[in-house]
Structures are given as C-alpha cells and as structure tokens.
Design a protein around this ligand. Structure first.
Ligand SMILES: CC(C)(COP(=O)(O)OP(=O)(O)OC[C@H]1O[C@@H](n2cnc3c(N)ncnc32)[C@H](O)[C@@H]1OP(=O)(O)O)[C@@H](O)C(=O)NCCC(=O)NCCS
Length: 173
C-alpha cells in the first residue's frame, strides 16, 4: 500500500547504485548554475567510485530517505571529522521529491545520532553560491560564519561552514 510518507533508515551497500544516480542528478540541479557540467561529472566519478563508496560505508554514517520504498534522499556523516567534529558531508534530496519533508527527516536523524554520540554541535559545508540551500539550513537553525576554499575539477569555489547546536532537534519536527 502506498504511504507517501518519508522514512529514514541506515544505508546498505545495495543502495549504492541508486545513491550514485541520485547524487549526480541532485548535483546538476543544485550546482548547475555556478559549476560547469564536466567538473560536476568528474567530481562525481571520483567521489562516488565503487572503491570510495566501499570506504564511506566502513567509515561514515549513511542514511537513506525512502518514499514508498524508493530512495529519494540520502545523507553521509563523519563522526570523527578532524578527530573532533560531527560533520555532515552530504545531505541531498532528489529535486522531484523536495519540499515534502525528506530533508528535515534526514537532518533530524543526523542530529539525533550526533546527540546520542555525545556531540553538542554539528557542522557542514555549503557552496556560497548555493544560496537556496544556505537559506534552508538557516531556517533549520544553522549559522554560517567561516569560509574555506574548495576545488572541484578545474574550478575553485567558496565553501561556507555552518554550525548548529544539537538542540535544533527539538524544533525540527
Ligand atoms: C536543501 C534540501 C536538503 C532540502 O530538502 P527538502 O526535502 O526539500 O526540504 P524539506 O521539505 O524537508 O524542508 C521543508 C521546510 O523547509 C522550508 N524551506 C524550503 N526551502 C527553503 C529555503 N530555501 N529557505 C528557507 N526555508 C525553506 C519549507 O518551507 C519547509 O518548512 P516547514 O517544515 O516549516 O513547512 C534539498 O533542497 C536539497 O537536496 N538541496 C540540495 C542539497 C545541497 O546542495 N546540499 C549541499 C550541502 S550537504
């Protein structure tokens, strides 16, 4: 029976082909206005190679968001980033399924995991030109106060570092 309700669960290796596809589609959508297609494609090819995905699976906390058993979003978090931070590396929702609560569900689940592991703060990076996503994170309780350089293929982009208290889990519902 169709439920049309987003549900978040831990990822499995069998989810990788769907995650790979979803990542590329979402990156074109989110970054296409300020990064060229070849850079996005090359970055995707290296970041989401089978070898890297296997390493992410062993090292990171991956979640998938499903609607009616279809993966519509995913997140990847590093609980040992620079040995001390809970860092959300990726959090993406398929453009066709955005604005249905999937992003909030994924973020809520990441925050809950961080809280259970004893972290007080979570952090992440968003390209400065990805203004819609920055606005979304601000609406969820993040503040952005640091800038770093980030290289994608032949392009250098500014990355804004956002932070939020795990206490945002109380307002995300
Ligand atoms: C950002 C993203 C994760 C949001 O996911 P989503 O599933 O569309 O978001 P949700 O439906 O859960 O969000 C719903 C809430 O956000 C609000 N919202 C949506 N877009 C917003 C925006 N640009 N600014 C502020 N609020 C926004 C909605 O009004 C809604 O609020 P409500 O719950 O109070 O009604 C998704 O758009 C995405 O994958 N974007 C690309 C991701 C990306 O670039 N990631 C890089 C960093 S990891």
């Amino acid at each position: 029976m169709k439920k049309n309700k987003p549900e978040v669960s831990i990822w499995h290796k069998s989810d990788f082909p769907e995650i790979k596809k979803l990542a590329l589609q979402t990156w074109f959508n989110a970054y296409g206005s300020f990064l060229n297609r070849a850079d996005i494609q090359n970055y995707h090819k290296t970041q989401y190679s089978d070898r890297n995905l296997k390493q992410y699976y062993e090292k990171y906390i991956g979640l998938v968001c499903k609607i009616d058993d279809k993966i519509v979003g995913y997140s990847v978090a590093d609980a040992k980033y620079k040995d001390k931070y809970f860092h959300i590396i990726s959090l993406y929702v398929n453009p066709e399924f955005q604005k249905q609560g999937c992003g909030k569900h994924l973020l809520q689940s990441c925050v809950n995991i961080a809280e259970k592991k004893g972290f007080k703060v979570i952090q992440l990076g968003v390209f400065i030109k990805n203004t819609k996503t920055i606005d979304w994170y601000i609406a969820q309780g993040f503040t952005f106060d640091k800038k770093e350089d980030f290289i994608i293929g032949n392009s250098k982009v500014d990355l804004l570092i956002g932070k939020a208290s795990v206490a945002i889990s109380k307002t995300l519902h």
